[in-house]
Design a protein around this ligand. Structure first.
Ligand code: NAP
Ligand code: G4F
Length: 338
């Protein structure tokens, strides 16, 4: 039987690397889009990379979300069965520094893919997954589900909301099988170093081993619903295997503060942290030494205070549920370091 062809935008990212591995296991021919970079940006997919002279099922192509020609050329050449748009400037804080670029990549980039599917008349052949985010809920109260209204609080979230609605519009206007996954925070051992979970795990592991470095953080009272990326890419795939295209919330339904996360990591490393002070003066001590400090530069101009997802719809229709909880997630992240 002919292999299904999948095209992944953002294959070098956390989710892209897990998804590529999942699809290879499912016997897909996997194509990924990578950006030209002066240093290697393919570390997360090193273990599945095969020299193109020998590869039968894994191929990388240069492209960029800001370059409509590269997107259109790839889609018209490959005519994929499934396209996963995981490419994004995905850092919320950075989106305040790079608002136009974020809108171009995360918002217009999605439109470029949908337009390529449409103009190449691939509606009957190509299914499309859009990596939506719980950040779109912004200030809406938890639990958030598919019916909760969106109140985005960053250029990132606003750009993703454009991508969300343009995906729905192309589904309705042109009959494209297109789904929005509204995924809550998900982490893993290959999470980027500037996201708060990985920043905490990396720093505490080093401090435990004797490093003198300190961990500088912003708002440690915001609440997040943290899952494991390995579980969440399974949900992406499931969304594209249904009879009709729909949008789904993917979450764990559990919520913790950043401070809870620090304490959980510390506990697993057998470190007792004592907290003193409040607000910008709050500090964490380990064995009498100051190891955690608050730095106002990590506060965002507008913060999303509280996210907790209700994934009832995904459980009912996709038969999806998370296999990890925060405990197993943290264990997995620490295990890959020590
Ligand atoms: P990530 O690790 O930051 O990966 C982002 C990917 O996008 C990387 O492969 C990156 O390439 C690529 N990319 C960035 N700008 C690009 C451009 N201009 N052209 C082409 N590719 C570009 O993000 P992630 O955590 O895997 O998340 C995957 C997707 O899900 C993102 O769209 C993110 O916004 C969304 N999302 C993530 C979460 C989460 O908690 N992880 C939750 C909800 C939604 P380089 O490697 O070259 O930088
Ligand atoms: O780890 P974060 O940067 O993740 P954030 O902003 O929730 O965004 C992530 O999840 C979204 C899904 O909801 C994705 F769409 C998005 O692409 C990304 O993957 O920050 C989590 C919380 C925030 O409240 C932040 O203000 O941690 C707080 N925080 C406190 N100190 C910090 C820091 N965040 C970062 N990155 N660095 C800090 O030093």
């Amino acid at each position: 039987m002919k292999k299904k062809i999948a095209l992944i935008f953002g294959i070098t990212g956390q989710d892209g690397s897990y998804l590529a591995k999942l699809l290879l296991k499912k016997k897909y021919e996997v194509h990924g889009v990578i950006r030209r970079s002066s240093s290697f940006n393919t570390k997360r997919i090193e273990d599945i990379y095969v020299d193109p002279h020998y590869s039968k099922d894994f191929f990388l192509h240069y492209g960029d979300m800001t370059d409509a020609l590269s997107i259109n050329n790839l889609i018209s050449k490959l005519k994929p069965n499934e396209i996963y748009n995981l490419a994004a400037q995905s850092h919320v804080a950075v989106s305040f520094d790079l608002p136009e670029y974020t809108a171009n990549v995360d918002g217009l980039g999605t439109l470029r893919i949908l337009e390529a599917i449409n103009t190449n008349k691939l509606q009957k052949k190509t299914k499309f997954y859009q990596a939506g985010t719980s950040e779109m809920y912004g200030s809406s109260s938890p639990p958030q589900n598919e019916k909760t209204s969106f109140n985005p609080r960053s250029p990132y979230a606003v750009s993703k909301l454009f991508a969300h609605w343009i995906t729905i519009n192309y589904r309705e206007a042109y009959g494209i099988y297109a789904c929005n996954g509204i995924l809550f925070n998900h982490e893993s051992p290959v999470r980027g170093y500037t996201f708060v979970t990985q920043k905490i795990v990396q720093a505490l592991c080093k401090i435990k081993k004797g490093s003198k470095e300190k961990l500088f953080l912003g708002n440690i009272y915001s609440k997040r619903d943290w899952g494991h990326a390995e579980d969440y890419v399974k949900a992406m795939w499931l969304m594209l295997q249904q009879k009709t295209p729909q949008d789904f919330v993917i979450a764990t339904g559990e919520q913790y503060t950043v401070k809870n996360f620090i304490e959980l990591v510390a506990k697993k490393l057998d470190m007792k942290i004592n907290w003193k002070g409040q607000g910008l003066k709050e500090k964490g001590y380990y064995k009498g030494k100051e190891i955690i400090k608050i730095d106002k530069k990590y506060f965002r101009p507008t913060e999303v205070e509280s996210l907790r997802g209700d994934y009832t719809k995904a459980k009912r229709l996709l038969k999806w549920k998370p296999s990890h909880n925060i405990n197993t997630l943290v264990t997995d992240m620490i295990k890959k370091i020590i």
